[in-house]
Design a protein around this ligand. Structure first.
Ligand SMILES: Nc1ncnc2c1ncn2[C@@H]1O[C@H](COP(=O)(O)OP(=O)(O)OP(=O)(O)O)[C@@H](O)[C@H]1O
Length: 433
């Protein structure tokens, strides 16, 4: 059997160009190409795109080029509240992997180019990402039996455009690429022209910044591996050895360890809580998604949760909120969503040592600036908040009630314009991954 390479082919300009270039090179080298198309079912044009891709591949095959075509229709839709972009990305990679393996291709080429990389860097920076996020997309990565390669990550968008023109390639234009509800499209259409106007080298510089971040990320991972060796104590970590490290190394090694034991990236809130609270007391515990972190006899360890539901005793009582994001509170069966606002929010500084409490009765809540504080019960009734929306933690800071699920922020904690501030929202039940 001839060696086979797969190309992820959306039918758009970039992947059309990459598929064509791969096909030309493969024909010379006796390699077979399989074009993989994912039908997301999100656009009214999705059927037409699939038909276009299939027809294009059939045309090339008729010319004697070594190409096969495979497509998969996604049969499920994003969940309520789920980001469409994130869902589509995850589902797409799963489908591409399945099709590649079915066609015995372990190498899948993606058509991301230098501008995609530069955009990714900016989007990650705007989310306040750390080194891993700023690293952008890898040129080559092995995952789940597939080697994903982006051969054009150093190729500019203009070069891809010129290739398409030179070979008169037909491609589709995805209408969702202009939908400015998506962050990447807003960046592309509203920010990028001004950015490149002012800084013509932006694409090259930003993608080179992503390269530096990739290198730094490798160093951080190597440092974490070394530090892990040094602080390990049985199945856990020695708190004393952890405390001997600098704050930065301690959080770096904690992140690496948490990822290893939970299988997920730890939230910034959890890591900063551990940094703050690890030194105090002989024993402590921190509930996390699927278990608990415990400090006992000088060792920090992780225990997986038993399948029983969290009881009131397991509800988190403290939360350190230092930035916007989603703070999962499995003990309360939900999560707090923290969003930056310009005004009408609580100063972020207030929430660094927030307390989470049950309703006890007698709490007073002030709904507006010139309204008197009233009992929570009356406020819930006045605002018509149904019982199930009242569940969740009351958030306090320094003994002052800050936030009540179903009612929002207490007027007494609203910050002055100009202060960094946030709003809170409680979402019960479903917790995003
Ligand atoms: N529906 C799809 N089916 C197969 N591969 C896809 C699909 N969507 C994206 N890809 C792959 O992922 C790459 C990046 O996709 P993305 O949508 O971010 O970029 P794009 O600029 O729209 O690319 P293109 O111009 O090729 O559509 C594509 O170039 C392609 O290789």
């Amino acid at each position: 059997m001839k060696p086979r390479v797969a190309v992820a082919y959306s039918g758009g300009r970039d992947s059309t160009a990459l598929l064509h270039a791969t096909l030309m090179a493969s024909a010379e080298q006796g390699v077979e190409v399989v074009a993989l198309h994912v039908h997301h079912g999100l656009s009214a044009h999705a059927d037409a795109w699939l038909a276009h891709c299939q027809a294009q591949c059939a045309k090339w095959a008729r010319r004697g080029l070594p190409i096969a075509f495979a497509a998969e229709r996604l049969m499920y839709k994003p969940g309520k509240g789920e980001s469409i972009e994130a869902w589509a990305r995850q589902a797409r990679y799963r489908a591409l992997r399945g099709m590649a393996l079915a066609h015995e291709a372990s190498l899948v080429l993606l058509a991301h180019h230098r501008r995609d990389q530069a955009e990714t860097f900016v989007l990650q920076a705007l989310r306040g990402a750390g080194m891993a996020g700023l690293s952008g997309m890898p040129r080559e990565v092995e995952r789940d039996g597939i080697t994903w390669v982006r051969p054009w990550l150093d190729v500019s968008r203009e070069e891809v455009q010129a290739y398409v023109k030179r070979h008169r390639l037909k491609h589709i234009d995805d209408d969702s690429n202009t939908d400015t509800r998506f962050a990447r499209n807003r960046l592309r259409h509203e920010v990028w022209p001004a950015l490149v106007g002012a800084f013509p080298q932006a694409e090259a510089s930003l993608s080179s910044a992503a390269d530096w971040a990739q290198e730094a990320q490798v160093c951080l991972a190597e440092l974490a591996a070394m530090d892990l060796q040094a602080v390990r104590a049985g199945k856990g970590l020695s708190v004393l050895s952890l405390l001997a490290l600098s704050d930065a190394r301690r959080s770096n090694v904690l992140r690496a360890w948490l990822k290893a034991v939970t299988g997920r990236v730890a939230s910034a809130a959890l890591v900063s809580r551990l940094i703050d609270e690890l030194p105090a007391g002989a024993s402590a515990s921190w509930p996390i998604d699927d278990g608990t972190l415990r400090k006992y006899r000088g060792v920090l360890s992780h225990a997986t949760a038993s399948p029983v539901k969290a009881s009131p005793g397991q509800r988190e009582q403290k939360l350190s909120i230092k930035r916007a994001g989603v703070h999962k509170l499995p003990g309360w069966h939900g999560h707090l969503v923290v969003e930056r606002v310009r005004e009408g929010g609580v100063p972020l500084a207030w929430l660094a040592h927030a307390e989470l409490r049950e309703r006890e009765g007698g709490e007073q809540f002030q709904a507006g600036f010139n309204r008197p504080p009233r009992s929570l019960k009356k406020q819930f009734q006045a605002a018509g908040v149904p019982q199930w929306e009242r569940a969740g933690p009351l958030v306090y800071s320094g003994g002052q009630l800050v936030f009540v699920p179903g009612l929002g922020l207490d007027a007494r904690v609203i910050g002055l314009p100009g202060q960094p501030q946030v709003t809170l929202r409680w979402e019960a039940g479903y917790t995003p991954a």
